[in-house]
Design a protein around this ligand. Structure first.
Ligand code: NDP
Length: 337
C-alpha cells in the first residue's frame, strides 16, 4: 500500500512537509478481515483538526500514522463470510491505496441505488450533518429565512435544499460569482450572496429583507459578523463549523466581539448550539437515509462533486479545500471505479 502519513503538526496552512509518503507490505489476512483497494478518498475540513494537538472532540493523528479519512473501496480479498471479492464498501481507511481491516468496519454499498461516491457526500457524513443540525437545532418553519455559508459545499448545499423542502427560504453565501450562480441556477436556492464582494454586507441585507431565522454556522469570520446583524428574535444557530479559522495561528484582529455577541443572544432570545454529527446517529440516521435517498432519487436534492486524480495530489487538494478552491464535495480518485 502507498500511504500518506502525518510527518509533523503543521502551523497555519499544512505544507508538503506535514506529510510523508511511504510504501509498505500489507499483512496477511486474518479471519474476519478484508483487503481493500481504495477508489475514492474523501477530503473534509475536520482533517485539519486531526493535524493539531489542540484539545478537541477527537484525538489527533499521531506522527507517523496514516492520515485518517473516509473511503469508498473495492474488496479484493476476503476472509469474511459477509464480504465478497468485488463488493464496494464504505470504509475509514484514510490516505492510502490499500488496507487490511475487519469486515465489520465496512458497510456494503449498492452501486445500483446511487453512485457509490455519494456515500462520502450527500448520502454520507456531510449530508447527515446538514440533516441532523438543521432539523434538530435549526428547525426551519415554512416562510422563514435560512442562511448558510460554504453553501455550494456538501454540508451547505444540503442545508439549503432541505430548508426548501421544509418550506423555508434558502439564502446561500459563497465565494465568487460562479458559486453564487450555481446556488440559484442549479441548487435551487432562493438567493445567493458573494462574501468576497465589496458590497457583501449590503447584498446580504437585500437578500434577507425579512431578517434571518436560522443561521447554519459553517464558517465564522467576516460572514458571521455580517449575519449577526440580520438575526430575528428567536433565531436558531446550529454551530457546525468555523472553517475560516481552521488554519489560524492567532486570534482574529480587531475588537473583541464576544460581549456584543452575548448581549445579542440575550436580547434576541437566540438559541446557539454546537454539535458533532455523530450525536444524531441514534435519533436521525434511519430517517436521514430514507428521506435523503428519496430526495436525491427524485431530484429534489442535487449535489456537486469535484474529483482530483491521484493520491499524491491529496495534500494540495486539501489546501485548496480550506481556501475555497472547490465548489462541490471534494474527492480524491485513488484507484479506478
Ligand atoms: P466545504 O466543501 O464547503 O469546504 C469549505 C468551504 O468553506 C470552502 O469551499 C469555502 O467556500 C468556505 N470558506 C473557507 N474559508 C472561508 C472564509 N474565510 N469565509 C467564508 N467561507 C469560507 O466543506 P464541508 O461542506 O465539508 O463542511 C462545511 C463545514 O461543516 C465546515 O466548517 C466543517 O468543518 C463542518 N462540519 C462539521 C461537522 C460536525 O459534525 N459538526 C461534520 C462535517 C462538517 P467559499 O468559496 O464559498 O467561501
Amino acid at each position: 500500500s502507498t500511504q500518506i502519513r502525518l510527518a509533523a503538526y503543521p502551523v497555519g496552512e499544512p505544507g508538503d512537509d506535514a506529510y510523508e509518503t511511504v510504501t509498505v507490505e500489507l499483512p496477511e489476512l486474518a479471519d474476519g478481515q478484508v483487503l481493500l483497494r481504495t477508489i475514492y478518498l474523501s477530503l473534509d475540513p475536520y482533517m485539519r483538526g486531526r493535524m493539531s494537538t489542540a484539545k478537541s472532540y477527537a484525538e489527533p493523528v499521531a506522527l507517523g500514522e496514516v492520515m485518517v479519512g473516509a473511503t469508498v473501496c473495492e474488496v479484493v480479498a476476503s476472509r469474511s463470510p459477509d464480504r465478497a471479492v468485488g463488493d464496494v464498501v464504505l470504509a475509514y481507511t484514510g490516505w492510502q491505496t490499500h488496507a487490511v481491516v475487519p469486515a465489520r468496519h465496512t458497510r456494503r454499498l449498492d452501486p445500483e441505488a446511487a453512485p457509490v461516491s455519494t456515500a462520502l457526500g450527500v448520502l454520507g457524513m456531510p449530508g447527515f450533518t446538514a440533516y441532523g443540525g438543521l432539523l434538530e437545532i435549526g428547525r426551519p418553519q415554512p416562510g422563514e429565512t435560512v442562511v448558510v455559508a460554504a453553501a455550494t459545499g456538501p454540508v451547505g448545499s444540503a442545508v439549503g435544499q432541505i430548508a426548501r423542502v421544509k418550506g423555508a427560504r434558502a439564502v446561500g453565501i459563497a465565494g465568487g460569482p460562479e458559486k453564487c450562480r450555481v446556488l440559484v441556477d442549479e441548487l435551487g436556492f432562493d438567493a445567493a450572496v458573494d462574501h468576497r464582494s465589496p458590497t457583501f454586507v449590503e447584498d446580504l441585507a437585500a437578500a434577507t429583507p425579512d431578517g434571518i431565522d436560522v443561521y447554519f454556522e459553517n464558517v465564522g469570520g467576516h460572514v458571521t459578523e455580517a449575519v449577526l446583524r440580520r438575526l430575528n428574535r428567536f433565531a436558531r444557530i446550529p454551530v457546525c463549523g468555523v472553517v475560516a479559522w481552521y488554519n489560524a495561528t492567532a486570534a482574529p484582529e480587531g475588537p473583541d466581539q464576544f460581549p456584543a455577541f452575548l448581549r445579542r443572544i440575550l436580547t434576541l432570545s437566540l438559541t446557539v448550539r454546537g454539535f458533532i454529527q455523530d450525536e444524531f446517529v441514534p435519533t436521525h440516521q434511519e430517517a436521514f437515509l430514507s428521506d435523503m435517498s428519496g430526495w436525491v432519487r427524485d431530484g429534489v436534492v442535487r449535489y456537486q462533486e469535484d474529483v482530483v486524480d491521484g493520491l499524491e495530489n491529496a495534500p494540495e487538494a486539501f489546501r485548496g479545500l480550506l481556501r475555497g478552491a472547490y465548489l462541490g464535495k471534494l474527492l480524491v480518485q485513488v484507484g479506478d471505479d
